[in-house]
Ligand binder design. Sequence first.
Ligand code: ADP
Ligand code: MG
Length: 253
Amino acid sequence: MSLPLLEIQRLNKSFGRVVAAHDIDLIFEPGVLTSIIGPNGAGKSTLINLLSGSIHPDSGSIFFEGQDITRLPIHRRVKMGLCRSFQVVNVFPELTVFDNARIPLLALRKRAHGLFRPVGGEKDVHREVLEVLERVGLPAEAGTTASALSHGDKRLLEVGIALAAGPKLLFLDEPTAGMNPVERSKILENIRSLSREGKTTFVIVEHDMDIVFSLSERVIVLHHGVVIGDGTTEEIRNSPRVREVYLGEEVPS
Ligand code: ADP
Ligand code: MG
């Protein structure tokens, strides 16, 4: 049997008296489009922060392709293929869409080839940038200044930039936050087809239930830092515990 992409064992994290992650055990297999849901303050962002390395757990372990990464800094995880996007938009507004994608691609090449070696032909970079823009549905916007993009297209650009690093696993924290319905369906279609390409496994934090249920192959439900549901959309929809937490339904346990 092959190793799981990511495995978490008994992960714990508290902030003072707030327990943001409590004994979390999870396994992520490659190619499974997964959503993490839960009420505000459930610990969703904390989990992503722990997995991507911006904070460290109080106890527990994280394995990426079998390797213990619990204490590795962010950049080492990125190099291994574990990346994230942030809840806030993060592009250079005064640069074109093309340059926004080009800068991180150049940086990646430098990292891969060493700082003082030639970074390869400008033509190759040009082609790669266009590929990135095509993958996220923005080829026509290459010459547009990023500040002129719609909010949704800025987020798509960010996803494109994150994908340019060729991650094996990509966490997206609320990718549809602040988007209108048209932008939402555009980014969702993109995530769906990128997931089908099979190069990158997506794990998404999302609060819109319609999106979660239409997109995900697996749903993980957090509540007070505890995993209270983990299964297919059908299983989650029918879970008494999840219904209780979300809908305040009285469910006998
Ligand atoms: P979610 O993303 O599900 O809304 P978070 O992971 O952001 O939830 O937060 C989980 C809990 O941990 C909340 O009660 C939040 O206030 C607390 N928390 C998160 N980050 C910090 C921090 N850096 N310092 C103190 N408390 C935090
Ligand atoms: Mg959050």
